[in-house]
Design a binder for this molecule. Sequence first.
Ligand SMILES: Cc1ncc(C[n+]2csc(CCO)c2C)c(N)n1
Length: 224
Amino acid sequence: MGKFTERLFKNVQPIWEKNHYHPFVQELGNGSLKREKFIHYMKQDYVYLIDYAKLFAAAVTKARDLETMDKFAQILHETLHFEMELHRQYAAEFGITREELEATKPTPVNLAYTRYMLNVAQKGNLAEIVSCLLPCAWDYWEIGKLLRKQYGDKIENNPYKQWIETYDSETFGEGAKWLIDLMDKLAEGLPERELAILEEHFQITSKYEYLFWEMNYLEQDWPI
Ligand SMILES: Cc1ncc(C[n+]2csc(CCO)c2C)c(N)n1
């Protein structure tokens, strides 16, 4: 039988395709994205990452060996100090303070997305947690590679160059590959009933990724 992540990858293509060709992603790639939309995204993504980092902490508590614990602790550290540093740098450039970034109130889509994952983190097993956080890590890496391929020759004048270079980096590539391998190991020998639950988490969080791009492109927030 083929790898579980090959099945996930194949079945998620229609959703990821919509993510990759969303105007937010494409305009980020060619540099034409309106500054206000990017600022909205940076602020929302910053508070998203605070909750997302807690998934890694939950994974540490559910891991069954030291090596896995250590790796999740390392990814947690990278999220707080490498990925979120990107947001802090862009915010500084746009005159937004660290306090303001951290005090951002999540929009309905952001809140629904993180609450979905945190609920799984609390009630589910390690395989379920990994299936939830995998689309974020994997699809961003795919997007980083795609944008580099599509627009890499014009990247020097792109105000979002730093963003593309971060997600196309070795650090994220390695992290995503490690999570993919772990997903395959955790799925080994599981009955179809359990694989279907993992696939459902993977598809739902992939759809939330789409909603996240859309929410930022439209600069959506609470209507009241
Ligand atoms: C909405 C949203 N989805 C995914 C990411 C990307 N991301 C989140 S944590 C992480 C590292 C995991 O190895 C990566 C790549 C993001 N920033 N915002």
